[in-house]
Design a protein around this ligand. Structure first.
Ligand SMILES: NC(=O)c1ccc[n+]([C@@H]2O[C@H](COP(=O)([O-])OP(=O)(O)OC[C@H]3O[C@@H](n4cnc5c(N)ncnc54)[C@H](O)[C@@H]3O)[C@@H](O)[C@H]2O)c1
Ligand SMILES: O=c1ccn([C@@H]2O[C@H](COP(=O)(O)OP(=O)(O)O[C@H]3O[C@H](CO)[C@H](O)[C@H](O)[C@H]3O)[C@@H](O)[C@H]2O)c(=O)[nH]1
Length: 330
């Protein structure tokens, strides 16, 4: 297939691009580089454009004879969404709907969308299955849920075929170390802890150890970025006109913040000083996926089942690219 990867210069999208190429698909990356990196995109594949530029999206879909779209482009920082919801509703909803309408215009109706655990909010029952009520607790989660709803309506009314893949905590890097995570500012725990190991930060602050979890720190389900990419490829093959496929993507295993810090010490051989801080507002104590449905519907099985093996791939990227895409491999 010819696939347009919207947001393919970003962290997760750039990994999906490599897997699409490995599988023999044609790839066009469409990205405005607001939060991505041109050097994360293979030569000659980047179209620099805005989601909101309908004419450019339509022209790209037609020129490149696109069969399906993978939509990764969004703002994805919970805190930022609380402080400035306007840019979230604009980018993740209003501009993203422009993408759907450009697809209608160009008669491309297959789409795989990056959704998130944040659409569930703070569910009482963990592991979280897809039957859990989606009740987001922040604007970021709401914008993602609105777009899921739009996809369901576009499927019914216009014959779109879609998958909404609800990622848990994306982590790790392509094992060959060629691409990885480079966000500015960085808010995710694993790259932050690895920056301590690199000497770029003096310590890691753990956001609270008084949660009702085994060691008091928050528990998350870390899923390797290539396992996410693999699910996208499987979903491409299962898209059916008029229908939606909504599944969780996680390992089904929880890892606490303390366990992440300890695993980073083991992987890097660095001491990694830690201090205990206040709880971060809006952090649910425990988020673990029930990803049974993704196994059943997609035949998906994550390859990286423990945080340590995920961290090893992240460390391979960070130690060779201490300043992310700003530095060449050493
Ligand atoms: N990182 C996670 O743990 C996580 C978890 C769940 C869901 N997600 C979702 O996965 C997707 C990718 O996340 P990521 O961590 O790779 O983010 P990222 O910021 O690294 O990548 C997003 C890319 O989209 C591009 N983009 C944003 N707005 C655009 C616009 N209006 N027009 C064109 N391009 C635009 C950015 O330049 C960037 O390259 C997002 O939709 C996010 O909500 C991420
Ligand atoms: O310096 C830090 C950074 C994070 N944490 C803790 O580490 C855990 C993981 O935090 P991340 O910021 O790495 O990830 P989140 O679970 O907050 O967020 C992830 O899951 C969300 C859904 O819940 C969204 O999808 C979001 O995009 C995605 O990054 C949390 O308990 C957080 O409190 C720390 O203790 N110290």
């Amino acid at each position: 297939m010819n696939v347009m990867v919207v947001g393919g210069a970003g962290y997760i999208g750039s990994h999906a691009v490599r897997l699409l190429l490995d599988a023999g698909h044609g790839v066009t990356v469409y990205d405005n580089l607001s939060r991505g990196h041109a050097s994360a995109v293979p030569d000659g594949m980047l179209v620099h454009g805005e989601l909101s530029d309908r004419a450019k999206v339509v022209a790209t879909l037609r020129e490149k004879k696109i069969d399906a779209v993978m939509h990764f482009a969004a703002f994805a920082l919970v805190n930022e969404s609380v402080n400035d919801p306007a840019i979230y509703y604009r980018n993740n909803v209003v501009d993203a709907i422009e993408l759907l309408d450009a697809m209608r215009e160009a008669d491309v109706k297959k789409i795989v969308f990056s959704s998130t655990t944040a659409t569930y909010g703070e569910p009482d029952i963990v592991p979280i299955a897809e039957t859990t009520l989606q009740q987001p607790i922040n604007p970021y989660g709401f914008t993602k849920l609105v777009f899921e709803n739009a996809l369901a309506d576009y499927a019914k009314a216009y014959g779109f075929a879609y998958a909404a893949l609800r990622y848990f905590n994306a982590a790790g890097a392509r094992p060959d170390g060629s691409i990885g995570e480079d966000h500015d500012p960085e808010s995710h725990i694993i790259p932050i802890v690895l920056q301590v190991a690199l000497g770029q930060r003096d310590k890691i602050t753990i956001f609270g150890d008084d949660y009702a979890t085994p060691d008091g720190t928050c528990v998350r389900d870390y899923i390797h970025v290539d396992d996410l990419g693999a699910a996208h490829l499987l979903a491409l093959d299962k898209l059916e006109s008029g229908k939606g496929l909504c599944v969780n993507l996680g390992t089904g295993r929880g890892t606490s913040v303390r366990e992440i810090v300890e695993a980073c010490r083991e992987v890097t051989g660095h001491a990694i000083p830690e201090v205990m801080g206040e709880r971060r507002e809006g952090d649910p104590p425990k988020l673990i996926a029930d990803a049974t449905l993704a196994g059943q519907l997609l035949g998906w099985k994550p390859q990286y089942m423990d945080a340590r093996s995920i961290i090893e791939t992240a460390w391979n990227w960070h130690r060779n690219h201490p300043n992310g895409y700003a530095t060449k491999a050493v």
